[in-house]
Design a binder for this molecule. Structure first.
Ligand code: GLY
Length: 354
């Protein structure tokens, strides 16, 4: 499929892009283009209204297609604006970050922040398409690349399609060890592209079965209960780090916390014993799922430990929009997504102390 030809088949096309990728967005064609600074602080209802006003001023009608070019903030925000403009027009994503390619740009969750509450206003509206161009990742800073890679690891822990988990760990640990990014070699880019396709197929399959997150789709929140709490804690707490974790880094930490919780509840399976044919297992070889994940993530260059105590995160976990009040009792229930093994997770409702 040719992106230009696809875009030309729509009667009206508008582009909204993050300023950092404006030059790239202009390559899509000579379409009216609105640029803005994409960040959590501009991911607001006000910016969504500005996008709608700009669409109106430029004569966008109900047949128009809006293209979001950028990372997850851009795809969430533009998708939200498209979902409310004239009661909803079509939009498509051209993600420019790994995170948006494997997660945010797929599945039709759109949204903006409301004050300190992340993604508190939003809608489900599926994009017309999400165009994956892994070459674009050449200009992505390493930390942002790793942040997206954490979501890719998350996806393969949910469904280890095409042995994606081990292949992603290998790709990232080679990157960490050599300093050569997979996007800078043709073999690396080919492998990365295959992994992006596999991860996006896993997500698309889950979303096709549960587009509105009534049940199964919740598995995609693996690690996110802790991740959202960490993000909130670093935003609020006086002792928060000067260099806060990115969303993906917080997800990596959250996945390990989820594995520990799964072990505590007896849900995680023991790791398979090393085969007798292999050389004597090293005493430091991981014995539990959480240990394996922590060793793999550390080799990939991802953080693995909570930045504060579980107690400090408890309040943040309870205030997350995914924590639900249980009927009839004053307590709240959190649907934890817990890994059983690599390739299998379960959803477990746990009551929080009231
Ligand atoms: N990012 C999780 C989801 O799209 O459901």
């Amino acid at each position: 499929m040719d992106l230009r030809k696809t875009l030309d088949s729509y009667p009206q096309v508008f582009v909204v892009c993050d300023r950092t990728v404006e030059a790239f967005a202009r390559l899509l064609g000579d379409y009216p283009t609105l640029t803005f600074y994409a960040s959590e602080s501009t991911k607001t209802p006000e910016t969504a209204v500005e996008i709608c006003r700009w669409l109106l001023e430029h004569g966008a009608d109900r047949d128009a297609l809006v293209i979001a070019v950028g990372g997850g903030v851009t795809t969430d925000l533009v998708g939200f604006a498209a979902s409310i403009y004239k009661r909803g027009i079509r939009y498509a994503n051209v993600p420019t970050t790994l995170l948006a390619m494997v997660d945010a740009g797929l599945g039709g969750k759109t949204g903006v922040n409301l004050d300190d509450y992340k993604n508190m206003l939003g809608s489900f509206r599926q994009p017309e398409f999400t165009w994956l161009l892994p070459d674009v990742l050449r200009s992505l800073p390493r930390r942002e690349f790793l942040s997206g890679a954490a979501e890719m690891l998350k996806t393969f822990i949910i469904d280890n399609r095409e042995d994606g988990y081990a292949r992603t760990v290998k790709l990232l640990s080679d990157f960490a060890a050599t300093g050569v990014s997979p996007v800078d070699t043709s073999a690396g880019l080919e492998e990365l592209s295959a992994l992006i396709s596999a991860a996006s197929a896993v997500k698309q399959d889950i979303v096709s079965r549960d587009p509105l997150e009534r049940g199964e789709r919740r598995v995609l929140n693996l690690g996110h209960t802790w991740a959202h709490a960490i993000e909130w804690w670093q935003h609020q707490a006086a002792g928060a780090p000067a260099r806060p974790y990115t969303h993906g880094e917080a997800v990596a930490i959250g996945i390990i916390a989820a594995a520990r919780k799964a072990e505590e509840l007896g849900i995680a399976e023991a790791l398979p014993a090393p085969s007798p044919a292999s050389s004597a297992p090293s005493p430091s070889a991981p014995r539990r799922l959480s240990e394996k994940l922590a060793a793999d993530f550390a080799a990939c260059g991802l953080p693995t430990e909570l930045p504060c105590s579980e107690d400090e995160l408890a309040a943040a976990i309870a205030r997350d929009k995914k924590a639900e009040a249980s009927k009839g009792s004053g307590s709240k229930t959190v649907n934890y997504v817990l890994p059983v093994r690599i390739g299998k997770v379960v959803i477990s409702a746990v009551s929080l102390p009231s």
